[in-house]
Design a binder for this molecule. Structure first.
Ligand SMILES: [Zn+2]
Length: 255
């Protein structure tokens, strides 16, 4: 399980996809929202290890910081419920929030950097704890967590003038590079969602649209057996065209 962040694509392909890996990706590597996907994979005996991979400079954790420390309440309810509320009881962050306004710019910058590091770690611990509980009747399933340090990965920096895309696939073992090829997108400009259905990843898609202003959404079919199910994802996305996907380009890309 990993975050949808574009900067992880190549690294995940190289380090974690040995051809035997089932990936799930959403905003912040959040297991709660992927409960259905995970439960199915575990109960079908497909999995002997779950690795939750957070990363440094995570956009989802920036949102948590902004909402709780800066008291920014403008996020949509989908983002609040899914990304922010799980951290509501995190005392450390509340304490930072109390002191933050009285700090000078330098102090704020270092307090934010530290808080975000702690949040990233806390997030992975929360997901791992949740998954250990979820899989406790499956003793053959090992759950571990880790954090990918983006400063060790060579990827182009973000640029507001670049056009980014979201590529969604039903969970499968394909390399992200191949998915992006199929979608005709540049892997460095592509956020990747992978779940048992696009509806399951709806809050993450909403985050990509609202926070990163991405309006190019491509559903890919890297595995022919997923073709029919992608059609139902496409129908669902179309039904959201008058809602949060208003103005977005939604397409299916396949061979
Ligand atoms: Zn992230």
């Amino acid at each position: 399980m990993a975050c949808m962040d574009r900067r992880l694509n190549g690294h995940l392909d190289e380090k974690y996809n040995n051809g035997n890996t089932l990936f799930l990706r959403n905003a912040g590597a959040n297991a709660h929202c992927l409960l259905q996907s995970i439960s199915e994979a575990v109960s079908e005996g497909k999995i002997d290890e779950i690795l939750v991979l957070g990363h440094t400079d995570c956009g989802a954790m920036k949102v948590v910081f902004d909402a709780i420390v800066n008291h920014n309440s403008s996020y949509s309810s989908a983002i609040k419920d899914r990304i922010i509320h799980p951290f509501d009881d995190f005392e450390y962050l509340k304490e930072v929030g109390k002191k933050f306004n009285a700090m000078n710019q330098d102090e704020k910058a270092s307090a934010e950097a530290e808080a975000r590091r702690i949040l990233e770690k806390r997030n992975v611990e929360m997901q791992v704890g949740f998954l250990k509980e979820l899989t406790k009747s499956f003793p053959g399933v090992k759950v571990e967590g880790g954090i990918i340090n983006l400063s060790n990965i060579d990827v182009p920096a973000s640029d507001d003038h670049l056009e980014y895309s979201v590529v969604f696939s039903r969970e499968c073992g394909s390399k992200f590079n191949d998915m992006c090829n199929l979608a005709h997108t540049d892997p460095y400009k592509t956020y990747v969602l992978e779940a048992s259905s696009l509806k399951e990843a709806a809050p993450d898609l909403q985050m990509a649209v609202e926070l990163f202003h991405i309006h190019d959404i491509r559903l890919v079919v890297p595995d022919k057996s997923l073709g029919a199910s992608i059609s139902s994802d496409f129908e669902w996305a179309k039904s959201m065209s008058s809602g949060f996907l208003k103005g977005s380009n939604i397409s299916i890309e396949q061979d």
